[in-house]
Design a protein around this ligand. Structure first.
Ligand code: UT7
Length: 328
């Protein structure tokens, strides 16, 4: 029986730090408001030369190094991003070239913040079916390029970064690796969070180049409520699917969008808060990069030991949401 194990993790954060105090100087906001409403203290901002592919390649190299796998051994690179370098070719192809993954296929997927869980789910199918051996899944975002820096209700939330995992096939009857993934979408809720810049729609000819439309618009409060409901539901589904109860969970790695959302879900799941990994205070919401960055930090901090049962959960634009259970 083929299992999909996480053989290595890596992450990369740009050097530049933008604090809440920096934002106070340019917006009608305060450190106190941002901290208490979101849990965010600071976020990273990509440098001029740093695009999603650049951040992704850094994270990918670290993941390969920790997996002790050469780039040439990769079968597929799945890059989860909603801030691609260009419309095409895929940003994954730039990463492939950069890391020298000469034998792999490479493609992007777009599920916004849920991208990484979607990416894991795709990798799981390729590996468990026996088709491929090594799959690199990366979440990489330069959100700072698509936020409206005059909109205090959204720009305070987002940051840039990348995280990656190498997934590897293992033949065993032991339940290990990615035990299951559960992904959902509801296009009826597409207007809750969007970048309403037309590319493939007719209005592109009349509104071409309107910079105002090229940024994130979000109904924060409505998104908050749906996020709590959907993530709670999908986590319960993931646990039940694996015959696990809440006591069996050793670590929860949630999407880091808002500390209050995480708290509300964890409270509903009745999992002790000590079992939750939080790094939102340092990076804000890095969208598809959020979970892989957190997994890598948790791993390097010694919070993930062999046998650790980890629950990951996410919600993002689309609306999309999902969860997965991993046994290390
Ligand atoms: O990755 C997944 C997608 N994203 C999310 O999951 C984000 C979901 N939503 C949220 O995180 C929260 O809804 C926000 C942090 C965006 C907003 O928090 P909230 O508690 O839902 O606040 P609100 O939108 O209800 O606004 C409350 C007040 C408003 O003022 P009034 O109308 O009550 O006078 C806002 O204008 O807070 C005001 N406000 C701010 N004040 C200071 C909004 N943003 C700010 C700000 N600083 N940055």
């Amino acid at each position: 029986m083929f299992r999909a194990e996480i053989a290595g993790t890596g992450s990369y954060l740009p050097e530049k730090i933008l604090t809440n105090f920096d934002l106070e100087k340019q917006l009608d906001t305060s450190d106190e408001w941002i901290r208490t409403r979101t849990g965010i203290v600071e976020r990273r901002i990509a440098g001029k030369e740093e695009s999603s592919s650049v951040l992704a390649a850094h994270a990918a190299r670290k993941a390969l190094e920790s997996a002790k796998i050469k780039a040439e051994e990769l079968d597929i690179i799945i890059l989860c991003t909603s801030t691609p370098d260009v419309l095409f070719p895929s940003t994954a192809c730039f990463v492939q070239k950069e890391i020298g993954a000469t034998h792999s296929a490479a493609f992007d997927i777009s599920a916004v913040c849920s991208g990484f869980v979607y990416g894991l789910s795709i990798a799981e199918q390729y590996i468990k079916s026996g088709r491929y051996r090594h799959v690199l899944v990366i979440g990489s975002e330069v959100n700072s390029r698509i936020v409206d820096w005059t909109d205090r209700s959204t720009c305070i939330l987002f940051g840039d970064g990348a995280g990656a995992v190498v997934m590897t096939r293992k033949e065993t009857t032991e339940p290990c690796g990615l035990l299951s993934s559960h992904i959902y979408s509801d296009g009826n809720l597409s207007s809750l969070i969007e970048v309403p810049k037309a590319i493939g729609r007719a209005e592109v000819s009349t509104e071409n180049g309107n910079p105002e439309k090229f940024c994130i618009k979000m109904s924060g409060n409505a998104t908050f409520k749906v996020a709590v409901k959907r993530m709670t539901e999908v986590c319960l589904e993931a646990l039940e699917y694996n015959g696990l109860c809440r006591e069996d969970v050793d670590l929860v790695v949630p999407h880091q969008a808002n500390k209050r959302i995480i708290d509300a879900v964890i409270k509903r799941l009745q999992i002790p808060f000590e079992k939750v990994f939080i790094n939102i205070h340092k990076y804000g919401n890095t969208s598809a990069a959020s979970i892989p960055i957190a997994i890598d930090e948790a791993k390097r901090a010694g919070r993930i030991q062999p046998g650790c049962r980890m629950l990951i959960m996410v919600v993002g634009a689309g609306l999309t949401w999902g969860a997965a259970v991993i046994r290390w």
